[in-house]
Design a protein around this ligand. Structure first.
Ligand code: MTE
Ligand code: CO
Length: 422
């Protein structure tokens, strides 16, 4: 039976009211298009018939008209999808929370399916009592919640040698921002009891890569969390179900997914992920290690190459995201002329530490070309650098921690392209 089989009196009534309320707009639209607008003057099927029943979508996906708002990858970037990355469609989102279903994924050996009954978390090493927790054990500790961004250190890594990828999803989409619930790491460590010689942790996941990383104890005891919920629901498999480490403000590689073991050590392990990877090779060929914090960064998400301006001159909302691993974003400036002049944008909700901040600039576009840039500042006074300034310190051999100012060239026809100006 068709879901539109019956008419409802409420539907017809609603249509009548809506048509009446919209009359002034209808006459405007008739003037613009040279004829009456049937969307205004005629009762539409969605008002004539009843809609989908409540049981048809027990767990919903976005409406089909939004089917393009999805994670995407860049096929040439990695050799195999098992050790790869895809990108959050930040160009199409607004607000700050990333829906889990389109939050980027980064795996070194694929996403694993680990059921709660099979989950174990071991704490060993320099502790008074080595412990193994089950998932049910974790749920009995006092909980903590917080909204934090997770940015892969390689975000914008393809842009070191010049403008590469055409879209904020691809240049800046290795980031997500979710509300986590879990147990503070310090609570679990206190349960095991850290010996005085214990100064570092070595944390690893249950997947084949293990993604083992060393974390200084100071950070672990400060704000790290073993999270099991994101945006209210269980973590998605690809984000570390049933439990992952949350390391606020620090590079995504430390956010161990499918967390299985925490070893308290006297020094760092210097694992693969912190020597041959996730170090920053400088101009002189020497690699800098322990670049944990993600410095302040921002990007205009619209207009941008995937979001051209579709209207002529007049009101234009310029919007984007800013974040800092050192605390809250205090200000974002926007330039439409490649950094010569700056206007301060509105922050949707200032003061969110180690979380993504949304900014809007309510602009009047004169229809001329623009070189759009955004520049973030954080509570420590740090100002996001230009790409040139960054290259002077870092050279061009780097991959990670590229937080330089992004430029979009918006043409008169509203199309936009990734460019660099010097
Ligand atoms: N943890 C495990 N166990 N295995 C991994 O491959 N990838 C790391 C980190 N934690 C990884 C991991 C990297 S490089 C990043 S950027 C983040 O997880 C990505 O988290 P996400 O997939 O939830 O976006
Ligand atoms: Co990463």
């Amino acid at each position: 039976m068709s879901k539109f089989a019956t008419t409802s009196r409420r539907g017809v009534l609603r249509a009548g009211l809506a048509a009446g309320a919209l009359l002034p707009a209808a006459s405007l639209s008739a003037r613009a298009q040279g004829g009456p607008d049937p969307l205004i003057t005629q009762v539409q099927d969605w008002a004539r018939y009843t809609g989908a029943g409540v049981d048809e979508t027990p767990y919903g996906l976005p409406i089909r008209f939004e089917s393009g708002v999805i994670r995407r990858n860049v096929p040439w970037l990695t050799a195999d999808p098992i050790s790869s990355i895809n990108f959050t469609p930040i160009h199409a989102l607004d607000g700050t929370i990333t829906p889990a279903g389109c939050a980027f994924e980064r795996h070194h050996s694929g996403a694993i399916e680990l059921a709660k009954p099979d989950y174990r978390l071991m704490i060993n090493g320099l502790v008074d009592s080595p412990l193994v927790f089950t998932y049910a054990d974790l749920e009995r500790f006092p909980r903590h919640s917080g909204v934090y961004f997770c940015e892969c250190a390689a975000n914008s890594g393809m842009e070191w040698a010049g403008a590469q990828l055409n879209g904020s999803q691809f240049t800046h989409g290795m980031i997500h921002n979710m509300e986590y619930v879990g147990v503070p790491l310090k609570t679990l460590l206190a349960e095991a009891g850290i010996r005085p010689e214990g100064k570092w942790l070595y944390v690893e996941g249950a997947d084949a890569s293990s993604n083992g990383r060393s974390i200084p104890l100071e950070k672990a005891l400060d704000d790290c969390m073993v999270a099991f919920k994101a945006n209210g629901e269980a973590l998605r498999m690809e984000h570390g179900y049933p439990a992952r480490l949350v390391v606020p403000g620090w590079e995504g590689n430390l956010w161990i997914k499918w967390l299985r073991r925490i070893e308290v050590t006297s020094g760092p392990v210097e694992s693969r992920e912190e020597t041959s990877k996730y170090t920053d090779t400088l101009d002189n060929g020497i690699s800098r290690k322990w670049t944990w914090v993600m410095d302040a960064k921002s990007v205009i998400t619209a207009p941008s190459p995937q979001v051209p301006v579709r209207h002529g001159k007049g009101p234009l909302v310029i919007t984007g995201l800013a974040w800092s691993g050192r605390g809250a974003i205090t200000r974002v400036d926007v330039s439409t002329d490649g950094g010569r002049n700056w206007r301060t944008a509105r922050l949707a909700a200032p003061g969110q530490r180690m979380a993504v901040t949304r900014f809007w600039l309510d602009y009047h576009w004169d229809g001329e070309e623009m070189l759009l840039q955004s520049r973030a500042m954080d509570e420590t006074g740090y100002v996001q650098p230009t790409k040139d300034a960054l290259r002077q310190i870092r050279g061009e051999n780097s991959v990670y921690h590229n937080n330089g100012i992004q430029t979009w060239w918006v043409r008169k026809d509203g199309s936009a392209e990734n460019v660099e100006i010097s």
